[in-house]
Design a protein around this ligand. Sequence first.
Ligand SMILES: [Zn+2]
Length: 75
Amino acid sequence: MVFINHERIHLRQQIELLVIPFYVLYCVEFIVRLVQYRNWRNAYLAISFEKEAYFNEKNLDYIESRSFYGFKDYF
Ligand SMILES: [Zn+2]
């Protein structure tokens, strides 16, 4: 259920960014974090979209209470 909620949060992020820009931003931020951390796993975990999803995945009501562009608080 936590895994499903994690993916639901990503789905909401994608809808807000009209899908394609989500993947562009995701990749750009991953590259920036990779330069910053020089470690694949840490770079992945530092992506704002992932931080929002991991931080809130255990809160099954998060999607309902989440603000628009909620990932911006995790930059
Ligand atoms: Zn994720």
